[in-house]
Design a binder for this molecule. Sequence first.
Ligand code: ATP
Ligand code: MG
Length: 572
Amino acid sequence: MAEELTPLSGEGEAKKSLNFIEQIVASDLAAGKNGGRLQTRFPPEPNGYLHIGHAKAICMDFGIAQRYGGVCNLRFDDTNPTKEDVEYVDAIREDIEWLGFHWGAEYYASDYFERLYRFAEELILAGHAYVDEQTAEEIAQQKGTPTTPGVASPYRDRPAEESLDLFRRMNAGEFPEGAMILRAKIDMASPNMHFRDPIIYRIIKVPHHRTGTQWNVYPMYDFAHGQSDYFEGVTHSICTLEFEVHRPLYDYFIELLKQVEGQPDDYAPHQYEFNRLNLTYTMMSKRKLLQLVKDGLVAGWDDPRMPTICGLRRRGYTPESIRSFVDKIGYTKYDGMIDMALLEHAVREDLNRHALRGSAVLDPVKLIITNYPEGQTEDMPFLNNPEDPESDSHSIRFARELYIEREDFMEDAPKKYFRMTPGQEVRLKSAYIVRCTGCAKDAAGNITEVYATYDPETLSGRPEAGRKVKGTIHWVSAADSVEAEVRLYDRLFTDENPSEVKDKELAELLNPASLTVVQGARIEPFLAEAKLGEYYQFQRVGYFCLDPDSRPDHLVFNRTVSLKDTWKKVNK
Ligand code: ATP
Ligand code: MG
């Protein structure tokens, strides 16, 4: 049963207009800026796995470099050893490649620790930075508000030599974490709060996954990011809107750096911001996702309910579907919320084109074709993918005893029930038209068997002389089908915007029905041969893929998405 879908986007569609960042890049290149160079970077912090929000950034950073003949490098923003780990570095690499992108160079912010440290020393000597010995709370209290100026730290005007000595001793490990920090000395009355003497270095005494115990001081994001862009020669530093207010500081440090390093050229990286992705029924913060994993609320970072790239991969999402989703939502300057249904639509659209079709019965009840000879079987051709003219077919074995879905039989059916009910004809997909003759029940009244007779003249593909059969149902052979476990997924959170819910523990926000495990499903042998990384449509049921938990003697499938979006109807 082919599902009805809107026409595929892409080919044939009018050429889309450029997004605002593409416009900037195109005009910079046309004007010969940066010597005609285009260089971007994707700068993840290796403190968690990538999620669908990162995919949006990846498609921008890598995509724009690809389209305009530039290069996109991968830079691990590894400036906080307390949260970072090589496990994440490896996972990030794998996910980017899976999404279909390739980086030029691979960099680490930690490669620049020496150069940043020296820059910090220069700033201290030039009176642009000082060591502050106040507590974090005291510093926060002095910040002021956007409309009232902050209060200067009592350490603000200490001699440069004193700050330099303390900074060196901070790095030598003489002071405990939190004892003091290095601040840039800018403007405690600036309307931009980020200019009110921002913290640029703090003491961290946790070994770093790359530099070990070499450093006891680590640069803050604002002191590492722009300079790293500058060191590498990034031309367009693209990030999300929350960094817009950091941009003046980004430019400020790069300007100072150029002065200190004596680089009078007109090259400087520029930061551009787009709206981050927020999805309904989803949390995107890595901190929250890590908590889900640590608290055992999900099976891991790659739990198929997680919005992580590895979770979506395990769930059966294709890289193409994620890219096409990102393409559809686009890039703007305004934050908003994207409906999860759009992501599901994108994967349906892609799987409809690529998934191999097979027959599986999730909730089986036996159907006996009473006039079909015992011991006889027929192998019916079954197209692997009716959407793909190149695709092969396999065969599905018809026999006297079959399984059909329990919900495809009703003893007392309403008028518009076109499936199996006594006296009514229905087509068994790829096989015959059968007429239901009744059923058997156990003592409790549960249906145990359904009976029908078949018409040998109605083999699929032959003209159906004047016959009006409205329903087609799927089936598998009782003897040849194989048992499988099937995992059905729903939204992980009950609330449309779980990040905004206050006064609730993470666990309380979860949808108790987010996972349903079905044992005893029956699948045709073609599906029992399913491979990891391939995509399937269980006809009439949904899109599925094999789960890595699967074993030859215990097959496990994940439902990627149902055939149609039924969610709103049921839940609203
Ligand atoms: P999170 O807030 O989820 O923990 P992060 O911003 O700390 O994420 P980074 O590793 O610093 O994660 O992000 C790397 C890049 O991905 C940054 O350029 C960031 O702007 C971008 N990014 C992160 N989350 C999103 C999102 N939801 N939508 C679009 N881009 C995102
Ligand atoms: Mg970050």
